[in-house]
Design a protein around this ligand. Structure first.
Ligand SMILES: NC(=O)C1=CN([C@@H]2O[C@H](COP(=O)(O)OP(=O)(O)OC[C@H]3O[C@@H](n4cnc5c(N)ncnc54)[C@H](OP(=O)(O)O)[C@@H]3O)[C@@H](O)[C@H]2O)C=CC1
Ligand SMILES: O=C([O-])CC(=O)C(=O)O
Length: 447
């Protein structure tokens, strides 16, 4: 059995994905992949250190294939675990293409939740950063979810992902967010029956304020933050305001799912495959006031209004269909979109690490300071963006806004301004009061 496991591990290391840039000049390569499993140890020690599990994999390259005694010392208190203690030698001719050297560290909150259960496995498999980029996952749970989080880590273990080099789980954001280059903030309290939206804004706002402070203190200074937990635009604003060390531009609220939903509806109506639909913007809030823009969108490079001549459908059906898609799905599924949300988080991250195709753009809820559309700059507002693939982006100027779009964008802006007033106490402002337009506006999943 041990031999079989070792053989399968050796096969993994021979996969075309595996090697190191730094090994390229060397005669022989020695992989030392070590899992310092402290899951059981930490459990015995209780949660005082807020770490249930810690995996670390080390890779050693050397001309003279070092003996284990020559390998760098392991961190104090850590020990290798199971098959990850086995050392393999790769012969020169077996040396595959190179991996990037540095780990990308991704922190995820709500890691034992439904969306994360899809997302983590995508990141670990290389779907976001590519087949040559090793990753570390830092998973944040709570007292409620610590057993479940251990289960998540076990499934990640059992998946044998070659690119997944480290998994840390814990309940203290000051530990879990340490050195994170990406923070995917998914965990949030769902709105329960009879709960006012203002209460939800406050409860979740407290969570995102605390997480913003933790990111400010311990994350990489250029961490990219994607807020998914609802109400995601205002949660992102709160998080950003509590993290002044991190550039405001680095905060995103997820509206990519809305963009994907809009593309799907346009493709369906036009009778084309959905990858022929481009230039779709979601303007505003991730709520039922969001504005899916068919005016600037394209199908096969042509304006949507030229391809879909049923303009009544565009104005009267397309918009509410996208706005309420989440709620319709909840009625059918009995729970909110999780798999498609995870896909859209992957899309949103890839849009920042890969160049935007020329002439196209993507939607993201971003800090609107200095935007060219006259929208209140002190909001996290979904806008058209493009990226060079370096993690940064710019807001795309020059989209045509007609009366139809303007009126709807204004409504979403008003909603976000009202949400901001409700959370004034969480963003360092005074004189807040909560008076949401229309009495009580809706998340996509609430109808
Ligand atoms: N922006 C978007 O496009 C979308 C956003 N969403 C939002 O994403 C969030 C997560 O969705 P999903 O993964 O399906 O939800 P789940 O209910 O499966 O998981 C949510 C996690 O939130 C955490 N949480 C944090 N605080 C609380 C609290 N006070 N009470 C209960 N749970 C809490 C829990 O983790 P723990 O106990 O570990 O803290 C839980 O695992 C929701 O806010 C949802 O509305 C969903 C779909 C689309
Ligand atoms: O309201 C929810 O939780 C679900 C949601 O955001 C969506 O489906 O877009």
């Amino acid at each position: 059995m041990a031999a079989a496991v070792a053989a399968s591990q050796a096969a993994l290391f021979k996969s075309p994905f595996q090697s190191l840039d730094s090994c390229d000049e060397q005669k022989s390569v020695k992989f030392r992949s070590t899992f310092h499993g402290s899951r059981r140890i930490s459990k015995a020690a209780g949660w005082s250190r807020h770490l249930l599990a810690r995996q670390q994999h080390r890779i050693t390259c050397s001309v003279n294939a070092p003996s284990p005694a020559q390998a760098p010392p392991l961190p104090k208190g850590a020990e290798c675990y199971g098959v990850f203690c086995v050392i393999y030698d790769l012969k020169e001719e077996e040396k595959p293409k190179s991996w990037k050297k540095k780990l990308v560290r991704v922190a995820v909150s709500g890691a034992a939740g439904t969306i994360s259960n899809h997302l983590l496995f995508k990141i670990a498999s290389g779907e976001v950063f590519g087949p040559d980029q090793p990753v570390a996952l830092n998973l944040l749970g709570s007292e409620r979810s610590k057993e479940a989080l251990e289960g998540v880590a076990m499934e990640l273990e059992d998946s044998l992902y070659p690119l997944l080099r480290e998994v840390i789980i814990g309940i203290d954001p000051y530990e879990v967010f340490r050195d994170a280059e990406w923070a995917l903030l998914i965990g949030a309290k769902p709105r329960g029956p009879g709960m006012e939206r203002a209460d939800l804004l406050d409860i979740n706002g407290q969570i995102f304020a605390a997480q913003g402070r933790a990111l400010n203190e311990v994350a990489s200074s250029n961490v990219k933050v994607v807020v998914v937990g609802n109400p995601c635009n205002t949660n992102a604003l709160i998080c950003m305001k509590n993290a002044p060390r991190i550039p405001s531009k680095n905060f995103h609220a997820l509206t990519r799912l809305d963009e994907n939903r809009a593309k799907c509806q346009l493709a369906l109506k036009a009778g084309v495959f959905y990858d022929n639909v481009s230039n779709v913007t979601i303007w505003g809030n991730h709520s039922t006031t969001q504005v899916p823009d068919f005016l600037n969108a394209k199908i096969n490079g042509r304006p949507v209004k030229e391809v879909i001549t049923d303009h009544k459908w565009l104005e009267e059906q397309f918009t509410p269909t996208v706005q309420t898609r989440g709620g319709v799905l909840i009625k059918k599924w009995g729970r909110s979109s999780a798999a498609s949300t995870a896909v859209s988080i992957v899309d949103a991250m890839k849009s920042l690490v890969q160049p935007t195709p020329p002439g196209d753009w993507f939607s993201s809820g971003v800090y609107a300071a200095g935007n060219p559309y006259g929208i209140d700059g002190d909001l996290v507002f979904s806008l058209p963006c493009r990226s060079k693939g370096d993690g940064d982006y710019e807001i795309v100027p020059g989209l045509h806004i007609d009366k139809y779009l303007y009126e709807r964008i204004k409504k979403s802006e008003d909603e976000l301004i009202a949400e901001r007033k409700c959370v004034a106490h969480l963003i360092g402002e005074e004189n807040g009061f909560c008076d949401l337009p229309g009495g009580d506006t809706m998340l996509p999943g609430e109808q």
